[in-house]
Design a protein around this ligand. Structure first.
Ligand SMILES: NC(=O)c1ccc[n+]([C@@H]2O[C@H](COP(=O)([O-])OP(=O)(O)OC[C@H]3O[C@@H](n4cnc5c(N)ncnc54)[C@H](O)[C@@H]3O)[C@@H](O)[C@H]2O)c1
Length: 272
């Protein structure tokens, strides 16, 4: 019989930032594949995103915990509750992160010379420390069970520098937007956090991999889309459902010999 290599049925999978644009999409995909998805997010539990997800997917394979991933004590409490209710997770997808929104202030997304210490600290705290804490707490539990798959999410802007010329059209209008340095630095840190943990937990069969995403379509303005898409060999941004296949692959036995690696899904952005 041919084994179902991509089977993730009944696996308990944690998605941090599960109420974000991509986290919601991963949740839909994984529940449809039969996994039990536990969302951790900083938003209150009565938020509309979660209510819509339960309407759409039912609540038998879905759970939600409001937690700030920069607070170790809170994650510890949540971890104990999850293990008591669902069993030790076998998957962790670290999706939670912050970035500067298009309307961010000068201190958060202006010229490098004006970038504030507070913005730097916050970005690294959530994107690096928060990811580390979730790996530390859930990964340690997985290691005790001798199994698990952790997926850390990075970005093309952690692999290569953002091309600030994309935002030239805004600067011509008098706005001063630059993709912030701390976002790039925080996303670069993910690669070696992944490699460190992959080697540390290799003998306990906890696999740790990074996926590097390119930009996802989210109704961005026309000029941005034009500037972004000419830099992508495939000529477009990703649709939000184009990353779920890679997530299923990395959670399943289809990737059983894969750890410490970086899967790049970027429409070819980093190929030239
Ligand atoms: N969307 C893109 O174009 C894109 C491109 C490349 C990489 N990525 C990466 O993909 C991941 C998901 O991106 P997205 O677009 O879905 O982001 P998003 O902003 O839509 O979602 C992020 C989620 O994380 C949550 N969050 C933020 N801080 C938190 C904290 N301290 N504790 C717990 N939860 C917290 C937010 O509430 C939100 O639900 C991020 O790591 C991002 O860097 C996104």
């Amino acid at each position: 019989m041919i084994p179902d290599l991509f089977n993730i049925e009944n696996k308990v999978v944690i998605i941090t930032g599960g109420l974000g644009q991509l986290g919601r999409q991963f949740t839909r995909g994984l529940v449809l594949y039969g996994a039990n998805v536990i969302i951790l997010d900083i938003l209150p539990s009565n938020n509309n995103y979660y209510l819509h997800l339960t309407d759409e997917l039912g609540s038998s394979h879905l759970d939600y915990y409001q937690v700030d991933i920069t607070n170790k004590e809170s994650i510890d409490i949540v971890s104990k509750n999850i293990i008591r209710k669902w069993d030790c997770p076998s998957g962790l997808i670290n999706t939670a992160a912050i970035d500067a929104p298009p309307n961010a202030s000068l201190e958060n997304a202006g010229p490098l010379e004006l970038y504030s210490e507070a913005a730097w600290d916050k970005m690294l705290e959530v994107n690096v420390k928060g990811t580390f804490l979730c790996c530390q707490i859930f990964g340690s539990e997985m290691a005790k069970k001798n199994r698990g798959s952790i997926i850390n999410i990075s970005s093309i802007y952690g692999m290569v520098s953002p091309d600030q010329r994309i935002y030239q059209y805004r600067r011509k209008k008098g706005e001063q937007f630059y993709k912030p340095v701390a976002y790039s630095v925080s996303k670069s840190a993910i690669y070696n956090l992944t490699r460190y943990l992959a080697t540390y937990w290799g003998e306990q069969n906890v696999r740790v991999n990074t996926i590097t995403f390119g930009g996802v379509f989210n109704n961005q303005d026309k000029e941005f889309l034009q500037e972004y898409c000419i830099r992508v060999p495939l000529g477009r941004m990703a649709s939000e459902n184009e990353y779920t296949g890679a997530i299923v692959f990395l959670l399943s036995d289809a990737s059983s010999y894969m750890t410490g690696s970086n899967m790049i899904i970027d429409g070819g952005w980093t190929a030239w």
